[in-house]
Design a protein around this ligand. Structure first.
Ligand code: COA
Length: 322
């Protein structure tokens, strides 16, 4: 049987760091409120001229180097993002060209914070079908450019970054199970009000920003993420006790704690980056995976559960052996 194996990872975080204390000077908030309600202490924010594809390219170079492959080995590029440089061409196409990757499928995936999990799951299916031999899969986000920096309800939560993985076919596991879902009935709880075919040129739309009913999002996220984790374990016939690591979407420490509790996992088995990165949407899971691998906690052969939840709502999980 062919499995899809992660053979390299990388991440890029913009240079500029915005701490909670910096935010105290911008909106009516406190470090204490942000830390206790969300777990976030600081986040990275792009420079004005920096774009999502800029961050993707940097994260991808590190993952390519880590995997010990050449750009010419890559035969598929997937970029999960909600903040692409352009409406078209898609971000994956820009990344493919900038890295000098030969002509191949270049797919943009948009599922809000779940975009990377959607992209990795898609790559897994192509690899298992024999349609791809080496895929570059990225989750990246310039979410700071979608945020109203005068709205304390949202601006304290988010950050920018990019995480990349290289996946290849392997006889050894590998991704053992995936699970994706969505329910559009919740679209009004978390959304961006302007798009290519809606109000793009209407006066005042340059003032548009993320709209969120935070406490309602919180409740659905806690319920859904618990289910997402247990469903993928059931699909693989694996008991939660066998898990070595949970690599969750880093939206809020309290949501992560609730998911870990549902899995009976101590927080020592959870890779946490929310304190340093904030919620980087599509970038949060691949960046957390890279953090855990590079600091030596996540080791080859260990069982890892990645999961995410985002606007739509969308959700998904990937269970894999490193
Ligand atoms: N600083 C200080 N006070 C703030 C604040 C801030 N940055 N943001 C909101 N508040 C205030 C509110 O105005 C409200 O005040 P009020 O009681 O006087 O009306 C109070 O804090 C409580 O607001 P509430 O929204 O009920 O707080 P909460 O405990 O639900 O925490 C979130 C707010 C946003 C942190 C939390 O709901 C959350 O994390 N939700 C999920 C968001 C998310 O993950 N989105 C992305 C999903 S991928």
């Amino acid at each position: 049987m062919t499995y899809t194996k992660i053979v390299g990872t990388g991440r890029y975080l913009p240079e500029r760091i915005l701490t909670n204390f910096d935010l105290e000077k911008m909106v009516d908030t406190t470090d204490e409120w942000i830390r206790t309600r969300t777990g976030v202490e600081r986040r990275h924010v792009v420079a004005a001229e920096q774009t999502t594809s800029d961050m993707c390219v940097e994260a991808a170079k590190i993952a390519i180097d880590d995997a010990g492959i050449k750009v010419t080995d890559i035969d598929m590029v997937l970029v999960g993002t909600t903040s692409p440089d352009l409406i078209f061409p898609n971000c994956a196409t820009l990344v493919q060209h900038r890295l000098g990757i030969p002509a191949c499928p270049a797919i943009g995936m948009e599922a809000a914070c779940t975009s990377f999990i959607y992209a990795l799951t898609t790559a897994d299916k192509f690899i298992k079908a024999g349609e791809a031999k080496c895929a570059l899969v990225i989750g990246a986000e310039c979410i700071s450019k979608l945020v109203d920096w005068t709205d304390r309800n949202t601006c304290v939560l988010f950050g920018d970054g990019a995480g990349a993985v290289i996946v290849r076919p392997s006889e050894e596991p590998g991704i053992v199970a995936t699970h994706l879902g969505a329910d559009g009935q919740y679209k009004d709880l978390l959304y961006y009000p302007v798009g290519a075919s809606k109000d793009l040129h209407k006066a005042g739309t340059d003032q548009a920003s993320i709209m969120m009913t935070g406490n309602e999002v919180f409740k659905v996220a806690v319920k859904t993420l618990g289910n997402v984790a247990t469903e993928v374990l059931a699909k693989a016939g694996i008991h939660q006790d066998e898990l070595d690591w949970l690599v969750p979407h880093q939206a809020n420490i309290r949501i992560i704690q609730a998911t870990a509790k549902r899995l009976d996992l101590p927080l020592e088995k959870v890779i946490l980056t929310v304190q340093d990165h904030g919620n980087t949407s599509a970038a949060s899971v691949p960046m957390a995976l890279d953090v855990g691998r590079r600091d030596g906690r996540i080791k080859p052969g260990q069982l890892v559960l990645m999961e995410a939840f985002g606007g739509g709502f969308t959700w998904g999980s990937v269970l894999l052996r490193m």
